[in-house]
Structures are given as structure tokens and as C-alpha cells.
Design a protein around this ligand. Structure first.
Ligand code: SF4
Length: 351
């Protein structure tokens, strides 16, 4: 029989790695004001409540991915009209990174639609990491599955973060991806941790999963040997042509509950408000910040899906009195050039 839950204890901000589904369920379902109050109180114990970390995401290799992630327009299994691109040239990536830095981003994330990187491609990415890092930006990449050796090579190049999402609960996972297992994902995350690279791992909600699956996702993330340093919570962006193209839109209150629950059970992690922001009004985004979200993707596009324009982000930051964390540019000073039409930023739902 499971132990009775005591919400005062659960809401106290203890760092634990043994969360039960019953406990996560109790946190998620408590009265909304209590949930927000607990999440914001915990948030303040570890972070400046008026700062948000900003990352820019660039797709360095787009489309034709052999995996079959049901939400992803980059999968070669679905026809979404997305044009495929080769691995970008290093110079081009560096110029995008310079632009991102000028626009106030402190972390530059590079994503490639691969099952796992080939040796010759990885050597190019290693050079990108070294050069971006030398510009004073934090570096993050998402390249698919990694062996322990590849993770060590990336660590040696100075990589700060590796993104690899769990996407959903182990139970619902088979409905979303069949070409690699949940275990494969956990193994990659283990390799990344062992190499001393910070882990960025989260999931997507609104994919037709049950609420139980959301608890399951949070449990997997929170019960890792170490909490991921960064936890992106994505709201599905339904893309026509993918199997999830017609899924009913998620209720925004459920999304805020998910952010708050992640904040409470992983008190020291950056919780990232990721894909799906374009569909959220500023009130929903504000509730997410109150619930403890303290990181966003920032830029014109998250690859194939629109992202609120950088200027709109800074406008909202100004209204809320939020500062971009660690940025050399304040929200007041920021003037964001209109990005070129063809610029494509990477999809935050990328695994
Ligand atoms: S989410 Fe990543 S691994 Fe899955 S299909 Fe898209 S690019 Fe490939």
C-alpha cells in the first residue's frame, strides 16, 4: 500500500530522486493557487525570480531523419513539405552564433536531425562547439544517440549541455516512437552524464497522452541519478503531415501545472518553456514564469515551427520586469534586427 501523501512535505522543495507517481499526482492536482505558490516559493530558494535564461537554437542539419517520432516534421517517414538540408558550414554557424549573442542569447544550441552522429560529421560539430565556446557563449548540441566515446569527445571539445528528450512516459512512448527504445534514450543520457556534460532533457505534452503519462515523464526525469540541469517542457506543435497533426490542442492550465510540478520536484533545474510558446498568449507565458519556468528558446523560429519574435519576448520581459540572465544586453537596450526569411531555427521538440 502506498504511503499517504503530505502536501506540506511534498511542497517543501527537498531535492529527491525517489518520487512516486502518487506523490507527483498529488502535487500536480493540488488547488492551482497552492501549486503556483509552492512552485514560486521553491523557485525563489534557488534562482533569481526576475531572471530568465535565454538560448538560441539553430538547426545545423535539417530533415530526412531516419527516426519516426510522431510529432516531428523532420522525420523522413512523413511528408510535411519540409526541405532537407546538409550539415551547415562552420562559418555559417559561427555567424549565426554571433548574431544570437548580439541579440542577447547566452547559450547557443545546435541541433542535427540524425539517429546518431557519424564520425566525419561529429568532427565538424566538435569544431563548431570549440568555436562557439570561444565566443563566450555556452554551448549545447542535440545530435541523437551518443556512445560513451562520442560523449567524451564532445566533453573534450568543451560542450556545456547535451539535449536528449525522453518525450513522454515509458508506457506511452511506443505510441510516439518505434525506431528507438526508451532504454536507448536513458543510455545516451547516462553516457552524457558520465562524460561530465550537463544534461538537458524533458518532454512534450499534448500528444494525446493521459495525465498519468505526464506524471510518468516527470517521474523519469526526477528520479535520474542526478536531475537534468535543464528540463525543457514542450507543448506539442501539431504539424500537418505528421501522425499527430490533428491532435486536440492542450489546455493551457494543464501546461502550467506541468511546469509547476517540474519546478517542485526538480528544484534546482532550469525549467525551460520550450516549443509551443507561439500558441500561448502572454498571460499563459506569465503564469509559466510564475510557476518556475526560467529558461526560454529565443529567436524567430524553432526550425519549422514559429517562435514568438525576439522583440515580443523582450517586450514581455520589460512588462514583467524580467532580465535575461547573464546577458550583456538588457531588455531595454535590445534592438532585434528582423531575421532573414530563410533563417531556420531548430525545433525544440527535437530528441
Ligand atoms: S525528433 Fe529528432 S530523432 Fe525524432 S524524427 Fe525528429 S529529428 Fe529525428
Amino acid at each position: 500500500m502506498s504511503k499517504p501523501v503530505n502536501l506540506d512535505i511534498l511542497n517543501s522543495g527537498q531535492v529527491r530522486n525517489d518520487w512516486s507517481i502518487t506523490e507527483i499526482e498529488a502535487i500536480y492536482n493540488q488547488p492551482f493557487n497552492d501549486l503556483l505558490f509552492a512552485a514560486q516559493s521553491i523557485h525563489r530558494q534557488h534562482f533569481n525570480p526576475n531572471e530568465v535564461q535565454t538560448s538560441t537554437l539553430l538547426s545545423i542539419k535539417t530533415g530526412a531523419c531516419p527516426e519516426d517520432c510522431a510529432y516531428c516534421p523532420q522525420s523522413g517517414h512523413y511528408n510535411t513539405g519540409l526541405s532537407k538540408e546538409q550539415l551547415m558550414a562552420i562559418d555559417e554557424v559561427i555567424s549565426k552564433a554571433q548574431q544570437a549573442k548580439k541579440n542577447g542569447a547566452t547559450r547557443f544550441c545546435m541541433g542535427a536531425a540524425w539517429r546518431s552522429p557519424r564520425e566525419k560529421d561529429l568532427s565538424v560539430v566538435l569544431e563548431m562547439v570549440k568555436q562557439v565556446k570561444s565566443m563566450g557563449l555556452e554551448t549545447c548540441v542535440t545530435l541523437g544517440m551518443l556512445t560513451d566515446e562520442q560523449a567524451s569527445q564532445l566533453a573534450d571539445a568543451g560542450l556545456d549541455y547535451y539535449n536528449h528528450n525522453l518525450d513522454t512516459s515509458p508506457e506511452y512512448y511506443q505510441q510516439i516512437i518505434t525506431t528507438r527504445t526508451y532504454e536507448n534514450r536513458l543510455d545516451t543520457l547516462q553516457n552524457v552524464r558520465d562524460a561530465g556534460i550537463n544534461v538537458c532533457s524533458g518532454g512534450i505534452i499534448g500528444m494525446g497522452e493521459q495525465t498519468q503519462d505526464r506524471y510518468g515523464l516527470i517521474q523519469q526525469l526526477a528520479n535520474m541519478p542526478e536531475h537534468p540541469q535543464s528540463v525543457p517542457i514542450n507543448m506539442l506543435v501539431a504539424v500537418e503531415g505528421t501522425p499527430l497533426g490533428e491532435v486536440e490542442k492542450l489546455d493551457s492550465i494543464d501546461f502550467v501545472r506541468m511546469i509547476a510540478t517540474a519546478r517542485i520536484v526538480m528544484p534546482k533545474s532550469y525549467v525551460r518553456l520550450s516549443a509551443g510558446r507561439e500558441d500561448m498568449n502572454k498571460e499563459t507565458q506569465t503564469l509559466c514564469f510564475t510557476a518556475g519556468a526560467n529558461s526560454i528558446f529565443y529567436g524567430e523560429k524553432l526550425l519549422t515551427t514559429a517562435n514568438p519574435e525576439a522583440e515580443a519576448d523582450m517586450q514581455l520581459f520589460k512588462q514583467l520586469g524580467i532580465k535575461p540572465e547573464g546577458s550583456e544586453v538588457s531588455a531595454e537596450e535590445l534592438t532585434v534586427p528582423v531575421p532573414e526569411k530563410k533563417e531556420m531555427f531548430y525545433d525544440a521538440t527535437q530528441a
